[in-house]
Design a protein around this ligand. Structure first.
Ligand code: KG4
Ligand code: ZN
Length: 338
């Protein structure tokens, strides 16, 4: 008998619901919150209010697109954390009450593990899933990690950022350049027509497999500030080269440690995940590196890079197989353990 999981994601500023039939995607609906653009970043209170408005219509559309009745659902999986507490509360409360009404189990999901397990969703294009064990570079707005994935329920962080996340570095670069939030996609677009060697940005020097991006951001800020003193049009005249140089520096740093992780673990099965894995420069660079180093790489479909509920549903599916259900007394955690 097939397993139908409804996934709910509300950890930050995207309200999403998805339905999976076993590992196959039936629907994946995402409501973005444009309101934060005006403020140049996510305003937590506005995010939770928008989740409250969006959650019911988003779930209704996800069920309709999946062409199933709510009483066909086997379980409801929801993001417990990490994320913004007020935002998480909306998804958690909704999942709990909907499941109670339907008399089906609830499954708590760690958002970061879900980004990784998104690789197991059978989406619109047939794809080969990663073989265990594999390494995953998770690069999002809040996290930058290298994770050794032994199975869906056995994962270890072997490298982590000690300050900013890669996505934050993209977003702050964009902010300095006066681009809208979130800035990653804007930097990506500009970088395509810029020269990555135009400006030199110092390579972060952090031991082991860890990352640091705050120094890079400060160097970028100083570079722009110094040039603006002589030329007020500096950003406008150099925006593509600035974006390309910063993107290049971020990617170099990400791949250098990933290469080291492959060397240290001997694992050549490599995946990328999270919002920054949508970056075309990173996707090209890892594909090139993999060819050179003889790695097998897994690059997610675009719809599974940034926050989405299909990744929550697939994690729920694996936990459903293990009968790993949560209690109705469960509460969200803004800093959940990995
Ligand atoms: O995974 P995600 O949707 O949310 C978190 O869990 O944080 O990641 C959002 C991050 C933002 O920082 C956004 O700027 C970045 O992913 N991002 C990109 C691109 N698309 C999204 N960064 C670089 N290039 C992109 N194309
Ligand atoms: Zn995320």
């Amino acid at each position: 008998m097939s397993i139908y999981i409804l996934g709910i994601e509300s950890s930050c500023d995207d309200t999403s619901a998805a339905v999976l039939k076993d590992t196959a995607i039936l629907s994946n609906v995402i409501a973005n919150q444009d309101i934060h653009k005006t403020f140049g970043g996510v305003v937590p209170e506005l995010a939770s209010r928008a989740h409250q408005q969006n959650i019911i219509p988003v779930v209704e559309v996800a069920l309709r697109r999946a062409n199933i009745q709510k009483n066909q659902l086997s379980a409801i999986a929801f993001t417990r954390g990490p994320g913004l507490l007020g935002s998480l509360l909306v998804g958690t409360s909704f999942a709990k009450s909907f499941a109670l009404g339907l008399n089906i189990p609830i499954i708590e999901v760690n958002h970061l593990k879900a980004h990784i397990l998104a690789h197991f969703v059978q989406g619109n294009e047939p794809k080969k899933v990663p073989q265990f064990p594999f390494l995953c570079l998770t690069v999002s707005g809040g996290h930058t990690q290298i994770v050794k994935v032994n199975s869906p329920s056995d994962m270890h962080i072997i490298g982590n950022t000690i300050d900013d996340a890669a996505g934050e570095a993209f977003d702050k670069t964009a902010k300095i350049m006066g681009l809208p939030y979130p800035g990653g996609p804007y930097i990506d677009k500009l970088a395509k027509i810029g020269n990555p060697e135009a400006f030199h940005l110092p390579e972060p020097k952090i031991p082991g497999l860890d990352y640091s991006f705050s120094g890079l951001k400060t160097s970028f800020l100083y570079l722009v500030r110094d040039h603006l003193k002589d030329n007020p049009d500096f950003i406008e005249q150099n925006k593509a080269d600035l974006a390309a140089s910063m993107q290049h520096a971020i990617i170099e740093s990400l791949l250098k440690k990933l290469k080291r992780a492959v060397k240290e673990t001997g694992i050549t099965e490599v995946a990328i995940a999270g919002g920054v894995s949508a970056n075309s420069g990173l996707r090209n660079a890892i594909t090139e590196l993999a060819e050179k180093e003889n790695w097998t790489t897994h690059i997610p479909e675009f719809q599974f890079t940034t926050d989405n509920a299909a990744m929550i549903a697939i994690t729920g599916y694996f936990k459903y197989l293990e009968k790993d259900f949560a209690e109705q007394t469960i509460a969200p955690l803004s800093k959940s353990l990995f």
